[in-house]
Structure formats: structure tokens, C-alpha cells
Design a protein around this ligand. Structure first.
Ligand SMILES: [Ca+2]
Length: 165
């Protein structure tokens, strides 16, 4: 059920280095490594995920394909909902806890070096991770951590938090 969303908390996950000279990759994801929602059974939810090649830069998640470990089918919370530029549509994992991930296939010939990820909290602000890794892949199945975040804090509506590893 969608509540009225008057304002939007966004948390940023960024790499310290500028990304200059970084290696581009076709597939990127946010992989949950910790959350407070019931061990391995928690639901993870996001309204929007943006991936950027510069801090504060344009979202690169366009024209490709959304990916996730799972989605919550009873409410139609598909991976694509995290990349549709609508804060009124959410992705949620299917209760997969620390196995939850949300990602994006930038498409063939469109590899990028992602240095910042922005996570907009979905309709249930408790369904967020505390720890994640930002992973890349060149084949969509074998993933390598690029950087990690621990102790993530997603604040209440209307506040923005910038986080660095
Ligand atoms: Ca959305």
C-alpha cells in the first residue's frame, strides 16, 4: 500500500576516489551484507536507485535492464521499479535478507565506472540495509566488490545523508 510521500530521504553511497582511470563495467549492483530485519529473512525495499560516474552526476541507469536477486510478487515490486524515475513505485526483495541485491545492466557497449550510488527509501523506511557492497560484473553472474558501506543510516522523510566508505 502506497502512503503519501511528501518528501524523500535519499542516502548516497560513494567511493572516495574520483573514479578517474577506473575500469568500466557493464553490470553493477548493491548487494546487502547486513540489515536489521530478521537475519537472513528480511525484505529490502527501495523506491529509486541511481548510479553515477561522477559525484552528483547524471544517473546512468537508463536504456538498460534492471536486475535483482528476487522481487516481492504479491505487490508487483519488480526490479524495474527501482529505476523508473518514479518515487511512487518500489522494488522489494522477496524476504531474502542478506542475499538481497538490486542492480542494473547498462547494456552491451555501454560499460561505465560507477563511483556513486543514491538510494531513495521506499514506502517502508525500515526495509533498508545497514551494510552493503557495491559490486560490478562483466557477465552478469560473477560479481566483484568495488567498495563497501557499513553502518548505513536512512533518515526520515525530507533529509539527505551523504555517506562515504
Ligand atoms: Ca521507482
Amino acid at each position: 500500500m502506497m502512503g503519501l510521500r511528501a518528501a524523500w530521504p535519499i542516502s548516497y553511497m560513494k567511493r572516495h576516489d574520483s573514479g578517474a582511470g577506473g575500469t568500466p563495467h557493464r553490470y553493477w549492483r548493491v548487494k546487502v551484507t547486513g540489515q536489521n530485519l530478521g537475519g537472513t529473512a528480511g525484505y529490502i525495499r527501495a523506491a529509486e536507485i541511481q548510479m553515477r560516474t561522477t559525484s552528483g552526476g547524471a544517473d546512468q541507469c537508463t536504456g538498460g535492464t534492471a536486475m535483482a536477486d528476487s522481487f516481492y510478487a504479491p505487490e508487483g515490486l519488480t526490479a524495474a521499479n527501482a529505476f523508473d524515475d518514479s518515487i511512487f513505485t518500489d522494488w522489494a526483495s522477496n524476504g531474502t535478507g542478506n542475499n538481497s541485491w538490486i542492480g542494473y545492466d547498462l547494456g552491451a557497449g555501454n560499460a561505465k565506472d560507477i563511483v556513486e550510488v543514491a538510494w531513495t527509501v521506499g514506502n517502508d523506511a525500515s526495509q533498508v540495509p545497514t551494510d552493503v557492497t557495491i559490486d560490478y560484473s562483466d557477465d552478469g553472474s560473477t560479481w566483484t566488490p568495488k567498495w563497501s558501506e557499513t553502518g548505513l543510516v536512512f533518515h526520515a522523510s525530507g533529509t539527505t545523508t551523504t555517506m562515504s566508505p
